[in-house]
Design a protein around this ligand. Structure first.
Ligand code: MTE
Ligand code: MO
Length: 197
């Protein structure tokens, strides 16, 4: 009777169905920021959605939290090849935000304090797939990780999850954001490795 050793440890990366191709697992939470960390007090913070017709809806911190938060447990995947499984967050669903927005647009540009931008299709923001997150693992989100609040779009590479998010501009046509103008993919699906152009 033979005992088979499949070498599971060394093959774990590829054989774990939770890990997209070309990614490795990390227990750390790396910080990746293209510039300095902005420090935004929640008293100064606001979130604004501007529609394709120019209509604006905005919320203060307290108004935004009153929309109703939910718990999120999800895996995250950075294009620099780290993935982190089972992260937990608290945030407001974009579905909830869009209950208050009238639009026929198909795309959004996320804008951050500090100037970062990233483009996302509304199909990727709606349907229980994206949040504005303000807690990580039960604690207020660290400034380095985007606090007070960041976009969380975990089914796309993590550059789409804009830290220090302050609003969305809705667009009829897709336009590239910061990394997308610098060679990153317009969509960014980790499962089909939509990394660069
Ligand atoms: N405003 C802003 N958001 C950002 C970035 C950035 O540089 N500025 N980097 C993006 C990239 S490339 C990644 S991988 C994640 C990193 O998030 P983390 O620092 O919390 O790990 O944030 C994304 N959101
Ligand atoms: Mo990234």
């Amino acid at each position: 009777m033979a005992v088979f050793s499949r070498g599971f440890g060394s093959r774990r990366r590829e054989s774990n169905p939770q890990v997209p191709p070309g990614q490795y697992l990390t227990d750390d939470f790396p910080v990746l920021s293209a510039g300095p960390t902005p420090r935004i007090e929640t008293a100064e913070w606001s979130f604004e959605v501007r529609s394709e017709s120019g209509d604006r809806v905005s919320w203060s911190w307290d108004e935004f939290l009153a929309l109703g938060a939910e718990e999120i447990s999800t895996d995250i995947h950075c294009v620099t090849r780290w993935s982190k499984l089972g992260t937990s967050w608290r945030g407001i669903s974009l579905d909830t935000v869009f209950d208050h927005v009238e639009t026929d647009a198909s795309y959004a540009m996320a804008h951050s304090y500090g100037g970062y931008t990233t483009n996302i299709a509304l199909d990727d923001l709606l349907g229980g797939k994206a949040w504005i997150a303000f807690e990580f693992e039960g604690e207020p989100l660290d400034p380095e990780h985007g606090g007070p609040a960041r976009l969380l779009v975990p089914h796309l590479y993590f550059w789409k999850s804009a830290k220090w998010v302050r609003g969305l501009t809705l667009m009829e046509e897709d336009e590239p954001g910061f990394w997308e103008q610098n060679g990153y993919n317009m969509h960014g699906d980790p499962w089909t490795e939509e990394r660069y152009w």
